[in-house]
Write a protein that binds this ligand. Structure first.
Ligand SMILES: [Zn+2]
Length: 139
């Protein structure tokens, strides 16, 4: 798998993803949030969001990546340059890790380009490395 080292811009995006989950970490009987995502659009704007896990109706849960993408999309932007998601299991320990997008998110992200996906604290890969032969519209 071809990968690249993280730049300072990538590290700042990780910090933004961490901040959005640190500020919004939630655990109730009905909903929780433990993942933060941040993306840098092709136009250079940053969008961030948390996941929303719904225990009462799990199909209505939403991952953090599409939540951030919806924010970008609502601002009129359609291309992602770089995206990252971080998981913080509990606020007390402040431990966190970078998580790779789930299968559904890999497909969803592919509708907005072939962005860099930060996959660890040191590396990033192009989405096509994680989701080759993505579904394309019939021509
Ligand atoms: Zn997902």
């Amino acid at each position: 798998m071809r990968s690249a080292k993280l730049t300072n811009e990538d590290k700042k995006l990780i910090e933004i993803a961490l901040n959005v989950i640190m500020n919004n970490r939630l655990e109730t009987k009905s909903i929780s949030a433990s993942v933060g995502a941040a993306l840098l659009s092709a136009n250079g704007n940053v969008f961030a969001a948390t996941n929303i896990k719904n225990y009462l109706s799990s199909p209505t849960s939403i991952c953090a990546e599409p939540a951030a993408i919806a924010s970008m999309f609502s601002s009129g932007e359609r291309r992602i340059k770089t995206i990252v998601a971080v998981h913080m299991p509990d606020r007390k320990s402040q431990k966190w890790q970078i998580i790779r997008p789930c299968g559904a998110c890999r497909h969803f992200i592919s509708s907005f380009g072939n962005p860099w996906v930060i996959v660890s604290k040191t590396k990033k890969v192009r989405l096509k490395e994680l989701y080759p032969l993505a579904l394309k519209p019939f021509n």
